[in-house]
Design a protein. Structure first.
Ligand SMILES: C[S@@+](CC[C@H](N)C(=O)[O-])C[C@H]1O[C@@H](n2cnc3c(N)ncnc32)[C@H](O)[C@@H]1O
Length: 482
């Protein structure tokens, strides 16, 4: 984060913001420097604020996107309209594909253009307060990523894909149109500088951009997801000054409403003086939060996720069944490996916070992954056909399935080099901060989830054995009639 952000620039930025026709900023809130809490800037209530108060209003004209920037007018061919079905707000891995840019590439181009315009851009004060350094995983060294141990989030960073996409879809447009992108007299960036700029802008968009709903879009859907910042399935993305100074958490107190001419941010419950105004990024686990936004949060740990590979499950199944390799080979040979899922997600599948941004439900794992159970059973049924003695009946099959799942969770847990107890000790030691602490928090949360999964599998196995025991007991009635 550039220090510029805090040295008087927040006040300049606020004046710049308020000068947009239709912009409003409630006098009872203020932008604060929250760096001592590791939160950059945030917006804080100065006095008690009642529910439903409109905290600020951002006119749509102040949002940066393909509709407001001049770039689309100056390069109409590059922005030919297209029906977009890939709107998942991620860097595409289709670096080589031709055709009009999707919403993600379009916003990168628009932001590169506005940035290069310098003081000529209507948003240059906004660029002054955007970050230049990031804690998102894209910017971590290999050594830093090692702190995440066996977390599957490491495989999802996609730095190389983003790099190829910038080279294929951003660089050529900038380099073929220097008169458009570079104001007269300004220095042209080298290829390396442009790629670095695209990465920075890509990371800023990932952590700061909003999907913009049209007021008349999907009215029903909007009602359903009233407080959810739904980042999927929407076409237009944009940078929304002021709304993106809000920090966020899995328990929150404000909501961004998308109206025809403006976006408004409203208090969804009373906010006490001194409390931070918080937005919501969705039910993300800490790994995903760190990847996209560069931070972790205690409240997000409930949405933690562990990915289990099918290979790990296969090892566990083989150990549980202890059957001949030949039988295993025969049983699995009849399946097309393409039809098998190669990874399974373990998560607590919790409900969303309520319309006041609060969460009251249980935070423990209630169910084991059903798709995993089904895939294991496909294999077990094939084995039973070849070797009926190995799996006598459905009861036995269920037990083998639960044992194999429990074993697979243990194998996954063993992939992390440190134990949950080691991590807990380190977390409470006060000797760790910054990236190492965030990585520690991610891997610790995943280990706790795996331990819950191990306990749940064992509990279900015990229940199944107990039920079987009861079935084996002759009933009282039968005893009497004997
Ligand atoms: C939309 S911006 C919010 C404004 C940001 N704090 C700033 O100073 O520009 C999102 C970024 O803010 C930070 N952030 C948001 N919520 C946070 C939280 N609860 N704790 C720590 N950092 C947070 C992360 O760096 C994230 O990438």
């Amino acid at each position: 984060m550039s220090d510029l952000v805090f040295e008087g620039n927040s006040a300049n930025f606020l004046d710049w913001f308020k000068a947009w026709p239709g912009a409003a900023f409630h006098e009872d809130i203020e932008i604060q420097d929250l760096r001592k809490n590791g939160r950059g800037r945030g917006i804080v209530a100065k006095t008690d604020i009642p529910e439903d108060t409109v905290l600020f209003t951002i006119p749509r004209a102040a949002i940066i996107n393909t509709q407001t920037s001049d770039l689309a007018k100056r390069l109409p061919d590059a922005f030919a309209p297209t029906i977009l079905d890939d709107a998942d707000n991620e860097a595409d891995d289709d670096g080589g594909e031709s055709g009009p840019p999707d919403n993600w590439v379009s916003l990168i181009l628009v932001m590169v253009y506005e940035y290069l315009q310098g003081e000529k851009s209507r948003w240059h004060r906004y660029f002054d307060v955007l970050p230049t350094e990031f804690n998102t995983l894209m910017w971590w060294s290999d050594k830093e990523l090692d702190w995440l141990q066996a977390s599957s989030i490491v495989a999802k960073i996609g730095k190389d894909d983003a790099d190829s996409m910038f080279r294929a879809r951003v660089l050529p447009i900038v380099e073929n149109n220097p008169d458009v992108f570079y104001p007269e007299g300004s220095r042209k960036l080298s290829e390396d500088e442009l790629i670095l700029l695209a990465h920075r802008i890509g990371s800023t968009i990932m952590a700061y951009a909003f999907d913009l709903e049209n007021d008349d879009d999907d009215a029903g859907q909007e009602e359903e997801d009233e407080w959810v910042e739904d980042r999927e399935g929407k076409i237009l993305m944009g940078m929304v000054p002021m709304a993106d100074i809000l920090n966020a958490d899995a328990e929150f107190n404000a909501h961004v409403n998308h109206e025809e001419d403006s976006l408004t941010v409203t208090a969804i419950r009373p906010i006490a003086a001194g409390q931070e105004i918080l937005n919501y990024y969705g039910p993300l686990g800490n790994g995903e939060l760190l990847r996209r936004y560069g931070y972790t949060s205690v409240h997000h740990a409930r949405y933690d996720v562990v990915e289990l590979s099918w290979n790990t499950v296969v090892s566990a199944l083989k150990q549980t069944l202890a059957i001949d390799n030949a039988i295993w080979g025969k049983a699995t040979a009849e399946f097309d490996p393409e039809e098998f899922e190669d990874a399974f997600v373990i998560d607590r599948d919790l409900e969303e916070p309520n319309s006041r941004g609060e969460f009251h439900g249980s935070k423990t794992l209630k169910n084991l992954p059903e798709d995993l159970r089904e895939q294991i059973n496909v294999i077990l049924k094939a084995i039973r056909k070849l070797s009926p003695g190995t799996i006598l009946d459905k009861q036995k099959r269920d037990e083998i399935c639960l044992s194999a799942m429990g074993r697979a969770f243990e194998l996954k847990l063993a992939e992390y080099p440190t134990s949950t107890a080691d991590d807990a000790k380190l977390l409470s030691s006060d000797t760790i901060s910054g990236r190492p602490e965030m990585a520690l928090f991610v891997r610790y949360g995943e280990k706790l989830l795996l331990q819950e999964a191990i306990s749940l599998a064992s509990e279900k196995l015990n229940n199944s054995a107990a039920a079987q025991g009861e079935d084996d007991q002759p009933s009282a009635k039968r005893l009497r009639t004997k």
